[in-house]
Design a protein around this ligand. Structure first.
Ligand code: ZN
Length: 259
């Protein structure tokens, strides 16, 4: 499997028809690439050749602090063409350094740092500038940067279609390492902006079922029950039929942080 298994084809994207194992396949890609990063940096650690920045990345990949995101992409780019395929991205640049064939680069530094817009003209979107970390270099942001550039390279821009995103976000709290299917607030805004290009955004939930981006995703206003589109998505993605709310406690605690 390669990271940029996304190619330009003729024809317009159809409404999404997900296969029952799509979320499973995307999760496998996330796990394979995480294991690959741990193995490659782990080998350097054993050999005593690991750099200090790689050691930090290895620590995060083993515990929390690194997100892998994979997506099934079927988006229009105008002129009767579409991008179609799957791609994986990682919030750590070390993953691309170690496996350029396994994960996407995810755009230029100008795009990642919010100096250059991404998506389509209608979206009018730039990532937030770096503050502690670089939100435009998160996993889901990198997937969006990548398809922006693939569309540009083919002489078009993003228009219509769908994207099914499986997020594997791991983070540490005092009580341990947690896992969430949620994009952070920044990536949520970026994925919401992609809907302005006519792209339907879907997420894989903890039961590996596709769930659509909530309506009015660009609003932060709580409704009568105090819920926002972001908190509603959290409830729907991180709750499993068998175990109830598995991860929401941690995700909610962290939901105001840009991670
Ligand atoms: Zn993010």
């Amino acid at each position: 499997m390669t990271a940029t298994a996304v190619s330009v084809k003729t024809g317009s994207p159809k409404p999404p028809e997900f296969e029952s194992n799509d979320c499973d396949e995307l999760q496998k890609r996330n796990e394979e690439q995480r294991e690959d990063l741990k193995k490659k940096l782990g080998d350097k650690e054993k050999a005593g050749t690991i750099r200090a920045d790689e050691q930090v990345a290895l620590q995060k990949a083993r515990g929390g602090g690194t997100t892998f995101s994979s997506a099934k992409i079927n988006v229009g780019i105008g002129a009767g063409k579409q991008l179609s395929g799957v791609a994986t991205a990682c919030s750590s640049g070390k993953a691309f350094e170690q496996s350029p064939g396994g994960v996407v680069q995810g755009g230029s530094y100008a795009q990642q740092s919010g100096d250059e817009s991404v998506l389509c003209d209608k979206a009018d979107f730039k990532h937030a500038p770096p503050a502690g970390d670089t939100p435009g270099a998160h996993g889901e942001a990198k997937l969006l940067n990548e398809i922006t550039n693939l569309a540009k390279k083919a002489g078009g821009q993003l228009a219509g279609g769908s994207m099914l995103v499986n997020v594997d976000w791991r983070y540490d709290l005092k009580s341990g390492t947690y896992q969430s299917k949620m994009p952070c607030r920044h990536c949520f805004r970026a994925l919401c902006a992609a809907t302005r290009c006519g792209i339907e955004i879907w997420f894989c939930d903890a039961d590996k079922e596709p769930k659509k981006m909530p309506a009015n995703c660009d609003s932060d206003k709580p409704d009568a029950s105090g819920e926002t589109p972001y908190s509603r998505l959290n409830e729907s993605l991180d709750k499993t039929k068998a175990q109830g709310v598995r991860y929401s406690q941690g995700a909610r605690q962290l939901s105001s942080a840009v991670l």
